[in-house]
Design a protein around this ligand. Structure first.
Ligand SMILES: Cc1cc2nc3c(=O)[nH]c(=O)nc-3n(C[C@H](O)[C@H](O)[C@H](O)COP(=O)(O)OP(=O)(O)OC[C@H]3O[C@@H](n4cnc5c(N)ncnc54)[C@H](O)[C@@H]3O)c2cc1C
Length: 496
């Protein structure tokens, strides 16, 4: 029996990076948001290597950049790979991507229990009603729309929450995505991951000491992620044919995989495996790649792993979760606050999200061919992205999560977020003095803001091409200046 019924604008299922991001951005626009997670935070999660687009883009929009900077996470300047035909490991640096400015040419390696908890606490601070140990059991539909969720609280009592929109951010294990369509599994990426944690493993000399290291070996590949000066996350990703080996014993399987990878054996030669606490066990995850056939139905939208997942070699999971959380919240904010059309906003969401996923997917299929060297991999990235800069630059912008984001300037120009926020605060306090960022000090702030938001299109009309304010798809929408909503491009505005 249902013991309570409540009403919200939006219910978000899952408090991982996707759910926390979406709920915070919705609450920033003053919507009433309920977030339900079945776990108690801080909770363990895999996926520790982040990309610059998350750290300097989404986290900044969430108002978390400074807190994350102070958290003591290991700085990751790029990746080092023993991969393909090159006899020696090769390294890429995020600084190579033209979209990334030098001060932002890094990401972090994070303990997810800590990182996810910070994102969830931030959602609470922004006004989200977060309830832990609350598990969603069902979605209720009426008149062809998702209209409510049924959930159990920590004591097992059943409740119902009505909502104008529901976001499924419940990750890879939940079944809620079935309400939206079938999960289609990749025939190509059907792997298993076996992973654990080690103290006192080897560190590359600076500046590579914070890099993720990936090493291919005969059964698959290893990740080696420095989480602190002494703690390392180590995982073997192997094909599904190794399932019986894993069943026979995790310890034996891990020892065997390590022994068959000379680089990892050497790096762990003086290390000891952690056997207590959250890092005390060897874990296994099936990491089959998949994508849902649809990402939304009226009233219900999927973000993060609930929608799609791609092999973790380029650490794209948290990036895709936070990026899709941003896109979903932006869409719902536009529908609820600006009365924009649901189909139009959700189609924009799905197209952008699929495009980012597809780029990683297509590139990774060629990256798994070990008969190439790094130059061929870089070339493949250029081909996938259809770009004109150097192959290495194309590769780095793809694996930094910024290749598709030329019109998502807020994700690559985080200073702009601060400038816009600062101007808004000054405006609200009635104490506005235009910052040098705005060229004409005599103009009122709002005029300046509108000008800032549209001048690129005007330039476009005058024949000056600038990618920044172009829609990603013909007839599509573009982000508002603060990144929290969609807006029309200039021709549509003119017709309205
Ligand atoms: C082996 C492996 C290695 C990886 N390495 C990386 C990496 O280095 N970098 C990277 O970025 N990504 C990596 N990933 C991917 C990363 O783990 C995920 O992409 C990321 O965690 C997705 O975030 P999310 O918010 O979608 O889901 P999650 O982080 O899974 O969060 C979902 C939340 O939903 C909650 N939930 C589930 N069901 C319910 C329910 N019914 N009711 C209420 N709550 C519910 C869960 O408790 C959970 O807190 C890796 C993945 C694997 C498998």
């Amino acid at each position: 029996m249902t013991s309570s019924v409540e009403d919200f604008d939006v219910v978000v299922i899952g408090g991982g990076p996707g759910g926390s991001t979406a709920s915070t951005i919705l609450a920033m626009q003053n919507h009433r948001v309920l977030l339900l997670d079945r776990d108690k935070f801080p909770r363990y999660q895999i996926g520790e290597s982040l990309l610059p687009a998350t750290v300097h883009g989404v986290c900044k929009i969430l108002g978390l950049a400074e807190e994350i900077k102070q958290a003591g996470f290991v700085r990751k300047l790029g990746g080092t790979f023993k991969w393909g035909t090159s006899p020696e490991p090769w390294t890429f640096n995020f600084g190579t991507a033209s979209e990334i400015t030098a001060p932002q040419a890094y990401a972090y390696q994070v303990e997810r229990s800590k990182f996810d908890h910070m994102l969830l606490q931030n959602a609470i601070h922004n006004g989200v009603d977060v309830r832990e140990q609350h598990a969603v059991k069902d979605i209720i539909f009426a008149g062809g729309r998702a209209v409510a969720v049924e959930f159990l609280d920590e004591s097992g009592n059943a409740h119902r929450a009505n909502a104008r929109y529901i976001i499924d951010a419940s990750g890879n294990t939940s079944q809620i995505h079935r309400n939206v369509g079938e999960r289609i599994y990749s025939n190509f990426f059907q792997n298993l991951a076996l992973f654990g944690y080690y103290e006192n493993g080897y560190r590359f000399p600076p500046p590579r000491d914070g890099n993720i290291f990936c090493a291919a070996f005969k059964d698959g590949w290893f990740w080696y992620i420095p989480l602190s000066a002494t703690l390392t996350s180590v995982g073997a990703v192997v094909s599904k044919e190794n399932a019986s080996l894993l069943k026979a014993g995790h310890e034996e399987a891990m020892a065997r995989f390590i022994a068959s990878c000379p680089e990892i054996s050497e790096m762990l030669a003086n290390a000891t495996r952690v056997t207590e606490g959250q890092y005390g066990q060897l874990r296994v995850r099936k990491d089959w790649s998949y994508s849902n056939e649809r990402f939304w139905v009226p009233g219900l939208i999927l973000v993060g792993d609930a929608a799609c997942f791609i092999d973790p070699v380029f650490s794209s999971g948290v990036h895709l979760a936070t990026y899709s959380g941003l896109l979903a919240a932006r869409s719902i904010n536009s529908i609820l606050s600006d009365d924009m059309d649901e189909t139009r906003c959700f189609e924009e969401f799905e197209k952008r999200y699929r495009r980012e996923f597809k780029n990683f997917y297509e590139f990774l299929t060629s990256f798994y061919d070990m008969h190439q060297n790094e130059d061929s991999y870089f070339w493949n990235a250029r081909k996938v992205l259809n770009r004109h800069e150097s192959s290495e630059e194309a590769f780095v912008s793809l694996v930094a999560g910024v290749s598709n984001l030329k019109d998502e300037q807020l994700l690559v120009d985080s200073d702009r977020i601060e400038r816009i926020k600062g101007e808004l605060q000054q405006l609200q306090s009635g104490n506005h003095h235009p910052a040098p960022y705005f060229s004409n000090e005599k103009e009122a702030f709002l005029d300046t803001l509108v000008e800032e938001a549209t001048h690129m299109q005007r330039q476009g009309h005058m024949g000056v091409i600038d990618d920044e304010e172009q829609p990603m798809f013909a007839g599509g929408l573009i982000p508002s200046a603060d990144g929290l909503r969609w807006r029309e491009t200039e021709p549509e505005l003119a017709m309205a």
